[in-house]
Design a binder for this molecule. Structure first.
Ligand code: SF4
Length: 385
């Protein structure tokens, strides 16, 4: 049986792994042993699982596989943040970010290749949606990347909209959570959504992580300008859903608010935000816009951000200001992938030009590279390089 026909066991919850092995005539405890090797030891070679019998290891190697994502680029920043470009088994790439802070180490993971949401402030929003990540590809950003310190917290804030890949994301959260495996408690996991309203209460009910909602505007019109999803799930409906959420215990929603200079950073915006939050158990996470070459939005001055924060604090709204990390390494979500893709296309272009007869014109080459650099660049706004 060739490697390509073998069944992937990575990403299966314990119960499914057990059902599979019992179906092959093995006792249920074998599944627990194997699960520990996969998620605790992070072993991908069945032959190295030394407490399994030789015959069992051979059978596993013949029938199954444990794939691994690979790091294709590592970009360490001065503040200790490391941005990774990781390669999936089909050659596609996504980004993960290692963010060490005092007392915790957070990993920001991607959930899709590209994104359908097309938020105008986000570099990923300018990339074509390719596909959803499988649960194993989401957890493998933790398991197969050699992070310099153990990860204590997970945020699903990388490329993609987690609630647009709901089933696989929920499977991945169970794997992150499992005390027999990766053991990251639900209070240490945050899922950030643009506000796909019908998934919000089911997510809270599943109790697998904390909810963060990207708000970034204080009126329906303002939010629609930068987040096209607002047409489908308008802000009043989103706020009403949040107001009616049924939480267990002391949970609350975090609202992410990126301050963009002269767009949503005025005192009036701050006062509108206070009104919007009435009746919602919440906290606000402010971020100053992380400028990038793809979009012509500006970062507000530090004094403006602090004034905005002060207005919220004075009105008893729990508000934190999260300073951007890794700004020296293309830290805007999706920026690294676009740069890597364009670099590859440029190399292919140069190579191709070198092999063609001199009279070949640029227009002759364009169709050969269709779907590549040109497509990527035509997706960008006019301010792009
Ligand atoms: S901000 Fe998130 S949801 Fe919006 S385009 Fe970027 S990755 Fe997608």
């Amino acid at each position: 049986m060739s490697a390509i026909q073998k069944e992937n066991l990575k990403g299966l919850p314990l119960a499914e792994l057990e059902a599979k092995l019992v179906g092959l005539g093995h006792p249920p405890f074998r599944a627990k042993q194997l699960y520990r090797w996969i998620y605790k030891e992070r072993e991908t070679d069945f032959e190295k699982m030394t407490d399994l019998s030789k015959d069992f290891r051979r059978e596993l190697s013949e029938k199954f596989t444990l794939p691994k994502i690979e790091v294709s680029e590592t970009h360490p920043a001065e503040d200790g943040t490391i941005k990774y470009l990781v390669k999936l088994s089909d050659g596609e790439q996504v980004e993960s970010v290692f963010i060490p802070t005092e007392g915790r180490v957070t990993l920001c993971v991607s959930t899709q290749i590209g994104c359908k949401m097309a938020c105008t402030f986000c570099a990923t929003g300018y990339q074509k949606f390719v596909r959803d990540l499988k649960a194993w590809e989401i957890v493998d950003q933790l398991m197969s990347v050699p992070h310099p310190r153990p990860i204590t917290n997970i945020v699903l804030m990388g490329m993609g909209e987690p609630f647009d890949n709901y089933e696989e994301v929920m499977k991945a959260l169970k794997l992150f959570n499992d005390p027999l495996g990766l053991k990251i408690g639900k209070r240490h996991i945050t899922v950030s959504t643009v506000g796909i309203t019908d998934k919000v209460q089911p997510f809270i009910d599943a109790s697998l992580g904390k909810l963060a909602i990207s708000l970034h505007g204080t009126t329906d019109e303002q939010r629609s300008e930068i987040m096209p999803i607002n047409a489908k799930f308008p802000m009043p409906e989103l706020m009403e859903t949040c107001r009616n959420l049924r939480f267990r215990g002391t949970e609350r929603v975090t609202f992410e608010y990126i301050l963009i200079k002269d767009f949503n950073d005025s005192d009036d915006d701050a006062y509108r935000l206070i009104k919007l939050m009435k009746g919602i158990p919440c906290k606000i996470n402010l971020l100053a816009y992380n400028e990038n070459p793809f979009v012509d939005f500006k970062r507000p001055d530090e004094s403006r951000v602090l004034k905005f924060q002060n207005i919220l604090l004075k009105h008893h709204l729990t508000t934190t200001y999260r300073r951007s990390r890794g700004r020296d390494v293309a830290a805007a979500c999706g920026q690294l992938r676009i740069e890597a893709e364009n670099r590859l296309k440029r190399q292919a272009w140069e190579k191709l030009k070198g092999t063609l007869p001199q009279r070949s014109s640029t227009s002759e080459l364009v169709p050969i590279l269709s779907g590549g650099l040109l497509r990527a660049e035509s997706n960008l706004p006019s301010s792009a390089p």
